[in-house]
Write a protein that binds this ligand. Structure first.
Ligand code: ZN
Length: 153
């Protein structure tokens, strides 16, 4: 990838994040949830309320509300889109990939980028350690909700 191609990609990723921040998907609360979480990222002041509905090991529905920076809100929005309809196992596998991506351990091939979809927009975050926490908060909430941990709040 040339320098200008990389710059174009980073611009695209930036616009995906800003777009999800402005118009988050799956925003709100579930009437019926099998797990609810409230988590904070004190490093940045981000907060999330995550509602999850799991049936027969499948995430049948998920919604969230979040206050905080664009990265944390966009990550929650993209996470809910990515895991809705997925099994626990698939959601866990996505989390592993996401974590490797934001910590710079995964340098995705074009094929992996296609599979990651909008999650790939967070690949630029690995260069900003403080943002890794913002991007990861929603995924940690999801993991905790799937494990059935009592809410942190
Ligand atoms: Zn943040």
């Amino acid at each position: 990838m040339s320098g200008s191609e990389r710059a174009d990609l980073m611009e695209l990723y930036q616009s995906i994040i800003l777009d999800h921040n402005r118009r988050p998907k799956n925003y709100g609360a579930l009437e019926v949830a099998t797990a609810r979480r409230h988590d904070r990222n004190p490093a940045c002041g981000d907060e999330i309320h995550l509602d999850l509905h799991v049936e027969d090991d499948v995430i049948t529905d998920v919604k969230f509300t979040a206050e905080g920076c664009a990265v944390s809100r966009a990550s929650a929005s993209i996470m809910t889109q990515a895991v809705k309809g997925k099994s626990r196992e698939e959601a866990d596998a996505l989390f592993v990939q996401f974590r490797e991506l934001v910590t710079g351990k995964l340098n995705p091939t074009p094929d992996e980028v296609r599979k990651l979809g909008e999650i790939a927009a967070f690949s630029g975050v690995s260069r900003f350690p403080i943002r890794v926490k913002c991007a990861s908060m929603a995924w940690h909430s999801l993991q905790a909700a799937l494990r059935g941990d009592a809410s942190a709040s």
